[in-house]
Ligand binder design. Sequence first.
Ligand code: UD1
Ligand code: CA
Length: 478
Amino acid sequence: MPDLAVIVLAAGQGTRMKSSTPKVLHRLGGLPLIHHVLESARALDPQHLLVVVRHDRDTVAASVLEVAPHAQLVDQDDEPGTGRAVQQAVAALPDEFEGDVVVVSADVPFVDHGTLNALLDQHRSDQVEVTLLSAVVQDPTGYGRVIRKADDTVSKIVEQKDASADELEVAEINSGTYAFTVAALRTHLSFITSANSQNEKYLTDVVGLVTINGGTATAKTVDEPWRIEGVNDRAQLAAAARRLNDRIVRHWQLEGVTILDPQTTWIDRDVSLAADVEILPGTQLKGATVIETGAVVGPDTTLVDTEVGEGAIVKRTDATLAVIGAHANVGPFSFLRPGTILGADGKIGAFVETKNATIGEGSKVPHLSYIGDAEIGVGSNLGAGTITANYDGVEKHRTEVGSYVKMGSHNVYVAPVRIGDGAASGAGAVIRKDVPAGSLALSVAPQRTITGWTEAKRPGSPGAEAAKAARERESEGE
Ligand code: UD1
Ligand code: CA
């Protein structure tokens, strides 16, 4: 088998995105566009993986090295065009390299490993100079057109902006994915010019140069045209995202996940779902979120890098980097910030915000609370409206709550503070000092009641009238 080099083109500016983020770093299914392409490229197991960079070079390079640490970065100079990009990448290959070169564009995310493999297989068995991946599409606007010869081999590729009226009628498009012999690239790349409407060195011109000089170019046509759709602007990005999401949703449905409304359910590519998970409408599962069997998530829930245990219920919730235990109950309207760990059978209820907080097995924070920088043992119950005052304006402090604690409503725990096992507190307590195990903490002054106050101080008011009526009813009853 000849050696293989893969060149990923990622130096372009992505002008049509109108973005300060380089195009190839825009996300699709939670991953930068270029990661999709690098994954397919790496699966070919090439001896050389080269990535051509220029615009926002360092950011793109860092993202490449995240998933392809052994990739060789090639810096494109200020001559624009895909032809220039490949020329510089080929120059970076060792002189003794004599194999095939697969070229892929970082903005064509759905060309998978199987498709690349089939392209390379055909290229090698046909023994031609170049094989390009093409598709016949309904709307070829914007793509290079594949011009065939009478014998059905390819004669050349014409870019949309340089095409004649007849050529524009051609519905077969160039995907920007090719297999070349390195010899063909070395021979012809130095002859391409930027004498075209975009003043760029087109890689596509190599195809015409090969055939004019007696070589052969062929095309492998994909059966699923969407596989080679490029992403050049935000509308194409949204269309690609929808397409990928439809496939991901369908994949999980076939794996036994109930997804009630595929249209409003968005699942990132690296999410993992067990059988018999149920996803309700309006749910977004992002990053490396994992959901175990029997859990019901949604409606209107966003989980980012979050783990949901078996049989848990997570309703109208926003969670990031959180762990929700088996059979736990979260929501509605809960906000779980990074570092929230809820134990099995635990509860984080309505209008509760948590951050960097471990809430033990069976413990409950049911209503209207903020629990941050805290550790709560097992079987404890925090009253409605509990606040951990974790921030003194300068530093954050921790709150430690033991097990089987029963704290009253509307408590403030002024951190750093510890509440021992089996402790309790009254309503409205402000816990500034540690509460030893088994103690009851009360911090509110005893209630003082001044009878007859309303009638005396607010005479004639509706309250005073109501108080008077109540007093009269009471004395009649006596
Ligand atoms: C290119 C093809 C076109 C094909 C289409 C498929 C050329 C001349 N045209 O057009 O035939 O139908 O892809 O999607 O190749 N890049 C560089 N350096 C550059 C310019 C671009 O590395 O100087 C990279 C870009 O980052 C991008 C890829 O090459 O990943 C394609 O560039 P783009 O400008 O999007 O080409 P298209 O106009 O889409
Ligand atoms: Ca493109």
